[in-house]
Design a protein around this ligand. Structure first.
Ligand code: ADP
Length: 486
């Protein structure tokens, strides 16, 4: 299936060709739906990080000296360019991830909403604030917000526009330069968006996109930046947290999850099942907020499970650069392998497959059916480890107390969903869950998707938050300025 022609893709191939210096190592990126070559990107090395930091430091000082409103105007112009180029951007996201188009559209919409939120609010959020002085009337104390300097953003492959660019924009608005390392297999979304930012007036030296391997390029960024924002696996997050702690620089991370959903009696089970299917199988389950465990009260478990299986089977799975599919492909062979392994482990230990359970090579090399399991027990890998694929387990429970206990019995604490008989019951259950976000009666990541609401996790799901005031202010240091009239 050829990729639709688009101006953004043409510009990208020009970009890749221009940067193709002799001797420069390049990587061929495949179109996930077919495996066919999409194009080549130059692969960065540690030396490129050193060079980028050098020019970024000088450019950052000039950028930070510009009024916040001027910086916001650049970001606003970029927002308009995203709108003008949306079809091409969605093509690129889909091509390098294999996701369904509506999920790619969510990435672009998330960026548009976040851009507007921050470009409107940043001047107010970054304005110096008066605080009480030690000697009233004599000393005035203000707290100003100073940019960190050079911010490193290390991004994953599952949301290559939303996460890579979404974490870079507030850093830029706060007056920083950014070194952005997209995941090695999904560099094009970051490169295309960076081009749009440069066209909007962002000096090139302020944003370096450095596609390349994690250990070398990501490691070099962690060695030289002044603050690191990381999204990815808990294991890598721990390595980077350790390095940032040694260097005494700030670190924020959004890591893994094993997100639970609770369904109580007294809900509209057919409606809940439809929403649950979306919450579990969006982006083929390769979403940090994705639901992988459903706890349902025993009195309605049979009916709910039947409705949920029907909803999973009603999803349209397949390739396509249009809005006709609900679920696309997995993004990497490694991810397909993890799904296969978790499934084989669970079934070999007695779990039952209620629907799905098969790869679909007829649709493309990395497709896998939406899969629902029951009979999952604690010794199975998929009971505790994140699958990050279209594999979900349904557990009947005696009551809501057991549901809450089991939902909280996880090393992770990122996202949760609650469907309850009344809003009061839903809110009471939400208060008992130890997760960074909870969605009541909606199921699909709404709490975490608002640009105004903090998004992040507890426990092994990470630290720090993106979005909201914290998502901007974390890229600054407060400076207390006391002025005394002698
Ligand atoms: P995944 O398993 O989902 O690819 P990773 O945590 O390995 O998650 O990758 C997320 C991002 O972190 C990618 O951009 C990857 O290249 C980068 N990365 C991986 N290992 C390291 C490392 N040791 N140091 C810095 N960045 C890394």
């Amino acid at each position: 299936m050829p990729i639709p022609d688009s101006t953004v893709l043409q510009r990208l191939s020009a970009l890749a060709a221009v940067s193709d210096e002799p001797g420069r190592h390049t990587a061929v990126i495949g179109e996930v739906f077919t495996g066919a070559s999409l194009g080549e990107v130059p692969v960065a090395e540690a030396a490129d990080v050193t060079a980028a930091v050098g020019v970024a430091r000088t450019a950052q000082r000039q950028w930070a000296a510009r009024p916040v409103k001027e910086r916001a105007a650049v970001i606003e112009r970029y927002r308009k360019l995203v709108l003008d180029n949306r079809d091409g951007l969605l093509d690129i996201i889909q091509a390098e991830t294999g996701k369904a188009r509506w999920t790619a559209q969510e990435e672009a919409l998330g960026i548009l909403a976040g851009t507007r939120y921050y470009s409107r609010l940043s001047a107010r959020l970054l304005r110096p604030r008066r605080v009480p002085g030690p000697l009233p009337l004599v000393t005035r104390v203000r707290v100003a917000r100073r940019p960190k300097g050079v911010v490193g953003v290390i991004a994953p492959w599952n949301y290559p526009m939303f996460l890579a660019i979404g974490d870079s924009l507030p850093a830029l608005l706060a007056g920083n330069a950014v070194l952005l390392k997209p995941a090695a297999r999904t560099p094009f979304s970051a490169l295309a968006n960076a081009e749009l930012l440069y066209r909007a007036g962002l000096p090139r030296e302020l944003l370096a996109v450095l596609p390349g391997p994690g250990s070398t390029v990501g490691g070099a960024i962690a060695e030289s930046c002044d603050f690191l924002m990381f999204t990815g696996s808990t294991d890598t997050g721990r390595i980077l947290a350790r390095r940032c702690a040694e260097r005494l620089i700030g670190f924020a991370a959004e890591l893994g999850g094993k997100n639970p959903m609770i369904v109580t009696a007294g809900t509209d089970l057919a409606a809940v099942a439809r929403v649950a299917a979306r919450a579990c199988f969006s982006n083929a389950g390769q979403l940090c907020l994705s639901i992988e465990r459903i706890y349902v009260e025993r009195s309605v478990a049979t009916e709910f499970t039947g409705q949920f299986v029907a909803a999973a089977e009603a999803l349209t799975v397949g390739p396509g650069y249009d809005f006709h599919t609900d679920m696309g492909s997995l993004t990497s062979p490694e991810q397909l392998e993890t799904v296969r392994k978790h499934l084989a482990d669970a079934t070999s230990k007695g779990a039952h497959v209620l629907t799905g359970g098969r790869a679909r090579p007829d649709l493309g090399p990395l497709f896998f059916e939406p899969t629902v399991l029951t009979g999952v027990t604690p010794e199975m890998d998929c009971a505790r480890a994140e699958t990050f694929g279209p594999l979900v387990s349904v557990y009947p429970v005696a009551d809501v107390d057991e549901a809450v206990t089991l939902a909280n019995d996880s090393e992770y604490g990122l996202n949760a969903a609650v469907f309850a008989a009344t809003p009061a019951q839903g809110n009471a259950l939400a208060a008992r869950l130890r997760t960074g976000a909870v969605t009541v009666d909606e199921g699909y990541a709404a709490a975490a998707a608002s640009p105004a609401a903090p998004m992040g996790g507890t426990g092994n799901s990470g630290s720090g938050r993106r979005h909201g005031p914290d998502g901007l202010l974390k890229y600054t240091d407060p400076q207390a300025i006391a002025t005394t009239r002698l």
